[in-house]
Design a protein around this ligand. Structure first.
Ligand code: C2E
Ligand code: MG
Ligand code: MG
Ligand code: MG
Length: 291
């Protein structure tokens, strides 16, 4: 064996890897307890119609307040959880929380949908659509008010298994959205084959739009492509008025981003919503407008 200068780097690297695996392992083993003990919560981020600014729904985003590591973002634990069977419990938890909210809003005359992010594993699980149907029945929520967001890589990982699951979800009447569109191997041909209703433009393009003509061109073509396929087009990562105006000009249907609101804990989201709810003239329902 030849000892070379690179060994120093290796010596530093190996313990760092060990730490990473240790933490991943820890998080996965603690996740079940975290779910059961209230450390895991759901934050809600509004989605608004363009150009009306009417709130049409929310995206449900998971958060974990870890007793030792503090608040963890999904990117720090979702991939680890997704690699295990625990992702069923995660998705189930987020779906239950979301349906409770949607039901409560309906009871107040507000028709808002909730979007739940799915993992590859959910799409490979042929029992998943039955559990969704059961949850919708239990909460007495119309299927159109539940959206599932899936990534292209999630679907493409195993199309033979995911397509039947997607078709059954679609047949239930829930809305299916392709998330982070533009980052994977997106193609028109591929989008046409999926039973989807909505496409969400990845925030990297929306964030870059103001300074990068290439990003602007990507956003514009996704809006056009989406509309030519009869899909609703959502832009995520809308952080300023300039981006909003550009999206309105392109005919984008829905915006989500810090300009409207960050994802908020349940009580803070409810306060945000109440401050914006108005009773529309001539309608029985109420509506929520962001001004
Ligand atoms: P995503 O589904 O693409 O969610 C959008 C992410 O963009 C969220 O990050 C949100 O906080 C962030 N975002 C929204 N508006 C803006 C903006 O204007 N500017 C910027 N810079 N960022 C914005 P978050 O909450 O950290 O979630 C990250 C990812 O974790 C999500 O990406 C999703 O893939 C995954 N995730 C979150 N919750 C769940 C869940 O319950 N289940 C699963 N399987 N994955 C989840
Ligand atoms: Mg999403
Ligand atoms: Mg996204
Ligand atoms: Mg993402």
């Amino acid at each position: 064996r030849q000892a070379k200068a690179g060994d120093d780097a290796v010596r530093a690297y190996v313990p760092a890897m060990g730490q990473m695996f240790k933490r991943r392992f820890e998080l996965v083993t603690q996740f079940r307890h975290a779910l059961d003990s209230g450390q895991v919560t759901v934050h809600y981020q509004p989605k608004v119609a363009l150009p009306s600014r009417e709130v049409v729904g929310v995206e449900a985003l998971v958060r974990w307040r870890h007793p030792e590591y503090g608040p963890l973002d999904p990117d720090e634990f979702v991939p680890a959880v997704e690699a295990t069977g625990l992702v069923d419990a995660l998705t189930g938890f987020v779906m239950e929380c979301s349906l409770v909210r949607v039901r409560q809003w309906l009871d107040r005359g507000l028709r808002l949908s909730a979007a739940v992010n799915l993992s590859v594993r959910n799409l490979a699980d042929e029992t998943f659509p039955d559990r969704v149907a059961d949850a919708l029945r239990r909460h007495d929520v119309p299927p159109r008010l539940l959206t599932f967001e899936l990534t292209e890589s999630g679907v493409m990982a195993d199309p033979e298994r995911s397509l039947p699951v997607l078709r059954r979800l679609h047949a239930l009447g829930v809305v299916l959205a392709v998330d982070d569109f533009g980052t994977g191997y997106s193609s028109l041909a591929y989008l046409r084959q999926l039973p989807v209703d909505e496409v969400k433009i990845d925030k990297s393009f929306v964030l870059g739009m103001g300074t990068d003509l290439g990003d602007m061109a990507v956003v514009r073509s996704i809006v056009e492509l989406g509309h030519s396929l009869g899909l609703t087009v959502v832009a995520e990562g809308v952080e300023d008025d300039a981006a909003r105006e550009q999206l309105v000009g392109m005919g984008c249907d829905i915006a989500q981003g810090y300009l409207i609101s960050r994802p908020l804990a349940e009580d803070r989201f409810e306060a945000w919503l109440r401050a914006r709810t108005i009773r529309a003239r001539g309608r029985h329902d109420e509506m929520v407008l962001t001004l």
